[in-house]
Design a protein around this ligand. Structure first.
Ligand code: FAD
Ligand code: THG
Length: 814
């Protein structure tokens, strides 16, 4: 049986000890630098509010599991979870509208919740000033976690199964034998281990750095205060129950509230970000009750107090009695950090986890460690989701501070970071700027969303009758009708797209072909010049990514991938006779697509670009004019044309060459919005949004990329053989109203019942309607009507046969 050491006996470490021992891994020791179980970490003072609704399906599922588990925990001291319910109030019209979006997420992810009137808000929480609120969102299954009791109850279960808990044992170092982790060093001596899990809370980044691992988290102070006795609360709660009113959020003022018997606790995110300097932590917290508590800074709390009393007038007769600046972890994207150190097998992290998600994260981590694959999609929390640039101290600090400031803000799904822009630009960036590109940010890259230079063309097309949806407000943000014209023009003429940010690797060496055969689902061991669409699966057959694999030489492949997690996955499995190199940054790519693409490119190329001379899904090293390029006849937008790659130094010349040659054919630059609309109407999925490890190929409509008859025993093959038919499948739906827009994650209903949710959506220039992908029960068939709830409106739509556009492939294969 493997020997496990868990560093940290907070809510994460104890929950993980429970989950691992429950799976039979009972040779387990949990060490903590503090006493048990009030260790002095963040868990020791967490007020324990658990709001389950989250834009992320995974985070909501983590929270749901935490609630379910804590409700059933036994502790002699009393409850570990008090299901008082949750209430969020809106005091602005924007927030009220946004509560509809939240209600949508709740419905999509299966959390009970409903919108309530101001009168109902007051009925649920009588301290609320009726005149302040415009409405609320009530979630009856939310509530309070008693974090310390939950930690102890889980620890006791683990101990009963054989686990040991060692207080006052600080881990000073991580031990390894050059290949794997072998244990930890403490002041009391070394502890052997095959698996070490860092669950050290905000101290974790410090520990991980010792083994060369950057955990992008920032310990931040966050203010929490308790009032004196409040007359209106006297007699409402017993000491044991502590609370009866729902936990309350007032996000317009960055505040949350809970009862402590006859007092109120108030948490505030309205203050400046207060990152904690770990080098001076001991000095800064000297004299405080715990090492995770900084002295209270009253002036930072003043506006919060005023705003709190505005909402809850009973506070006017009260004052703050105790308060502190508590420390916990913030990450650049608000997600936790989970996974195994690639360079030091056996060293795992479960970091930046709220009490809310703790049991869910622990369960997934235990499954990952014991079974090799978590049963839930964890990609948003993956340790290796960060681009290199996102690991710099400056980036981590700035984006995590931003995440703190925005924690209760209304964030549009297309809203991109404003700080630290311009870090990664393609060689076409100067041209894009001249052309009036509106830039989105993705993976650190500047990506044109549309081009103002196309405004006149768009106007002309609209004047000539091209339909354009009427969008205003939320759906019109980070959007432009120009994108409709760009998409339409691509289908009618030709456009050029910056594909530089598309992640690409070179996989080379004597073992390259065999390696890719073993890692992916399709047959990639084909002739030089072949391109194959193929999938990376996990061991359960869940989709980890979709790739294009181009064989450029007998032992050299170019792989088009999706995220740094693909690099991580391939690296972990790579044999010694294969090299893997990320070539994204040193190269650039422009997609030239549309019916006139050949007319633009062929005259520049010495090779035969005819349909027969350069077939669909083939690749070629060649030249365009004097520029060395690799061309791939692949089109994510579903048109005739090529992805044209070059070494980065040729980029500017390549763009100008294509723009000049294309002028006679009306070539335009086009952006991500058009790109996205076209790929959706063409039926192409986007990994991470439309499908994840939660889905097997058949469910996602990607079985065509799986060759079960392939000789290689590729990763996931066995699981697919045994897989039952999928219960839900990814479908295309088309909205009836030409102006209907959805943005993703909206609940989809058949009749009265919510049966699924939207993943991504775009306005189809071909149909003049929004087309979306949605996960739906397998029994819901093309032609069936559905409804989609969008911020309080209900849109009707119908399931459509796929692909919606060009099922015969006549646009591409000509
Ligand atoms: P911790 O509880 O900090 O546990 C980590 C443990 O590791 C500590 O016990 C520490 O002593 C130990 N350790 C560290 N380094 C070492 C070492 N080298 N050797 C041995 N042991 C070590 N979350 C919610 O979900 N809802 C809330 O309402 C909520 N409110 C909050 C309010 C405040 C004021 C604060 C500060 C946080 C709040 N949180 C809330 C966040 C929540 O408290 C934390 O995210 C959570 O407790 C983290 O749990 P953990 O087990 O990862 O960390
Ligand atoms: N270009 C390249 N690589 C990529 C992408 C890309 N890798 C990541 C991501 N995008 C992969 N996604 C897709 C999705 C669909 C297609 C290509 C990449 C595609 N599909 C054809 C179809 O379904 O009709 C495949 C047909 C076939 O298998 O022959 O073209 O954009 N380089």
């Amino acid at each position: 049986m493997p020997k496990v050491v868990i560093i940290g006996a907070g809510i994460v470490g104890t929950s993980l000890a429970d989950e691992l021992t429950a799976r039979g891994w009972t040779d387990l020791t949990v060490v903590d630098r503090g006493p048990l179980f009030a260790t002095g970490g963040s868990t020791s003072h967490a007020p324990g509010l658990v709001f389950q609704t989250n834009p992320s399906k995974t985070m909501s599922a983590f929270a749901r599991y935490t609630v379910e588990k804590f409700r059933a925990l036994d502790h002699p001291g009393g409850w570990a979870f008090n299901p008082v319910g949750g209430l969020e109030v809106a005091t602005t019209p924007e927030r009220l509208a946004d509560l509809h979006r939240k209600a949508g997420w709740a419905q999509s992810w299966g959390i009970e919740g409903r919108l309530v009137t101001p009168a109902e808000c007051v009925r649920l929480h009588p301290l609320i000033d009726r005149d302040r609120v415009l409405g609320g969102f009530h979630t009856p299954d939310d509530g309070l976690a008693k974090a310390l009791r939950a930690a102890e109850a889980q620890a006791l279960r683990a101990r009963a199964r054989g686990a040991t808990f060692r207080p006052h044992t600080e881990v000073l170092g991580i031990l390894d034998d050059g290949a794997r982790v072998t244990g930890v060093r403490t002041a009391d001596g070394d502890l052997d281990a095959d698996v070490v899990v860092c669950a050290a809370g905000f101290w974790g980044a410090h520990l991980a750095r010792q083994v060369g691992l950057t955990l992008p988290l920032v310990p931040m102070a966050h203010q929490y205060a308790r009032t004196g006795q409040i007359a209106e609360l006297v007699g409402r709660n017993t000491e044991l129950a502590e609370a009866g009113l729902p936990i309350l959020r007032h996000q317009d003022q960055d505040l949350y509230f809970r009862e402590h018997v006859d007092r109120l606790g108030i948490g505030s995110y309205s203050h400046r970000p207060m990152p904690v300097d770990m080098d001076t932590l001991s000095a800064d917290t000297a004299g405080e009750p715990m090492p995770s508590m900084m002295p209270f800074t009253e002036e930072d709390f003043a506006p919060a107090w005023t705003a709190a009393a505005d909402l809850l007038p009973a506070l006017h007769d009260s004052k703050i009695e105790e308060a502190f600046n508590g420390i916990f972890s913030f990450t650049p994207d608000g997600f936790s950090i989970m996974g195994e150190h690639r360079e030091l097998p056996g060293f795992w992290v479960a970091e930046a986890v709220w009490v809310t998600h703790s049991a869910g994260v622990a369960k997934a981590t235990a499954e990952w460690i014991v079974d090799g694959t978590p049963s839930i999609d964890t990609h948003e929390c993956d340790l290796y989701r960060f681009e290199d640039v996102a690991r710099s101290p400056k980036f981590v600090m700035q984006t995590s501070s931003q995440a703190f400031v925005e924690v209760y803000d209304i964030i549009h799904p297309h809203q991109y970071r404003s700080a630290l822009r311009g870090l990664r630009t393609s060689p076409f960036h100067a041209r894009h700027t001249e052309l009036g590109a509106y830039f989105y940010e993705g993976g650190g890259w500047e990506r044109p969303a549309w081009f103002e230079s196309n405004a006149q063309l768009a106007q002309r097309l609209f004047d000539d009758g091209l339909a354009v949806p009427h969008r205003e407000g939320w759906a019109a943000r980070f959007w432009s009708p120009i994108s409709v014209a760009e998409a339409h023009w691509t289908r009618e003429h030709v456009a050029m797209y910056d594909m530089t940010p598309l992640t690409r690797y070179e996989v080379a060496g004597p073992g390259a072909a065999a390696f890719l055969q073993e890692m992916t689902t399709n047959n990639v061991d084909k002739s030089v010049g072949s391109v194959t669409y193929t999938l990376l699966l996990d061991h359960d057959g869940g989709i980890r990514s979709d790739l294009t694999v181009a064989r450029m030489a007998p032992q050299t492949f170019q792989v088009g991938a999706n995220s740094p997690m693909d690099f991580d996955w391939l690296s972990r499995h790579k044999p010694a006779d294969v090299t893997l190199r990320d070539i994204t940054g040193g190269t650039c790519c422009v997609g030239v697509w549309g019916p006139s693409a050949r007319d633009v490119v062929a005259p520049l190329c010495p090779d035969d670009l005819s349909h027969e001379g350069f077939k669909y899904f083939r690749a070629l090293h060649t030249h365009l004019d004097a520029i060395p390029v690799t061309m791939m006849r692949v089109s994510y937008v579903g048109e005739l044309g090529w992805e044209i790659y070059a070494s980065a130094e040729y980029g500017a010349a390549l763009w100008d060459l294509l723009a000049d040659a294309g002028a006679a054919h009306g070539i335009i630059p086009a952006g991500r919005l058009a790109f996205n609309s076209l790929r959706i109407e063409k039926g192409y999925r986007s990994w991470g949004t439309d499908m994840t490890t939660e889905h097997r190929p058949a469910a996602a409509g990607l079985e065509f990329a799986v060759r079960l008859d392939k000789q290689a025993e590729f990763v996931g093959k066995a699981a697919l053989r045994d897989a039952p038919p999928p219960a839900s499948v990814l479908r295309s739906i088309v909205f009836d109203d030409p102006d209907a827009a959805v943005l993703g994650k909206e609940p989809v209903s058949v009749g009265e019942h919510c049966v699924g949710y939207v993943t991504s959506a775009g306005y189809s220039p071909t149909l003049g309607r929004t087309v979306a992908y949605a996960w739906l029960p397998a029994g819901v068939r093309p032609g069936d009507p559905v409804t989609v709830a969008y911020r309080g409106a209900t849109h009707t739509a119908a399931v459509h046969a796929e692909p919606v556009v060009d099922p015969g492939m006549s646009r591409i294969k000509r």
